[in-house]
Design a protein around this ligand. Structure first.
Ligand code: UDP
Length: 239
């Protein structure tokens, strides 16, 4: 059997990654293309779990900034992640990849409820598991979900797909032409320097549980397979 660097990965897709040119909503053509890359990872026998965000549809903070109750706005955000999860499942199954959506909030007609042991079992059977509805709790993010689920299912690495950037920089390259890209860095530096990689809850969870993370660019979908196969692209955090 092929020896791959990782045996089990968690792919974190922001909601934005599923949107088309307009930057919002779901573009089935884009979702199909991502699904095909995930299929290629499975062909290397690597276990794949996916955490999808919801920012292409709704972000809790945006609602609360305009006066909504934060928890209610966050539940709406979690629902958005379930829509994205179902879209990705649909595409994966169309390409013959067995997939289960596990939702952290019960919606039995659409998805299984999240049960850790069952998720692991699915992965062992070669199914892709998509974790929907985040952690199931308001005030959290899907980055934190990726960290939590990675710890729970003992993933080797979190592959964090980002649009419009190819890794972590010491300052925003959009505004600073001298911004320097890190090939590798430690979680504590993200916290100390306030780098916009992910929120501090997610960062601490990864740091405390020693979960490596790779930030990579998903504007080119073929990077998904490259990073899963251990190619040196993007920025390695805590590795
Ligand atoms: N969310 C939440 N708890 C979670 C995960 C997500 O309340 O555990 C809500 C939150 O409102 C968030 C929205 O779901 O804004 C969408 O998730 P996120 O912003 O992480 O998506 P992304 O930026 O990755 O697209």
């Amino acid at each position: 059997m092929e020896e791959t660097k990782y045996k089990r990965v968690i792919l974190k897709l922001s909601g934005e990654a599923l949107a088309g040119d307009k930057g919002f909503g779901i573009d089935p053509v884009v979702v199909d293309s991502i699904a095909q890359e995930i299929k290629k990872i499975r062909e290397h026998n690597i276990d794949v779990a996916v955490v999808v965000g919801g920012g292409n549809i709704w972000r809790g903070l945006a609602g609360s900034a305009k006066g909504m109750d934060r928890a209610t706005a966050d539940y709406m955000g979690m629902l958005a992640t379930v829509m994205n999860s179902l879209a990705l499942q649909d595409a994966l199954e169309k390409f013959g990849v067995d997939t289960r959506v596990q939702s952290a909030i019960e919606m039995r007609q659409m998805a299984e409820v999240y049960i850790r042991r069952k998720a692991i079992r699915h992965l062992e059977k070669g199914r892709v598991v998509i974790f929907g509805a985040g952690t199931g709790n308001p005030y959290f993010s899907t980055d934190t979900t990726a960290a939590l689920r990675a710890a729970e299912i003992e993933a080797d690495v979190i592959l964090m797909a980002k649009k419009n950037t190819d890794g972590v920089y010491d300052s925003d390259p959009k505004y600073n032409p001298d911004a320097k890209k890190f090939d590798a860095l430690e979680y504590i530096e993200i916290l100390q320097r306030g780098l916009a990689v992910m929120d501090s809850t997610a960062t601490s969870l990864c740091m405390d549980n020693e979960i490596p993370l790779i930030v990579f660019n998903i504007d080119d979908h073929s990077n998904i397979l490259k990073v899963a196969l251990g190619q040196n692209i993007g920025t390695v955090v805590g590795g």
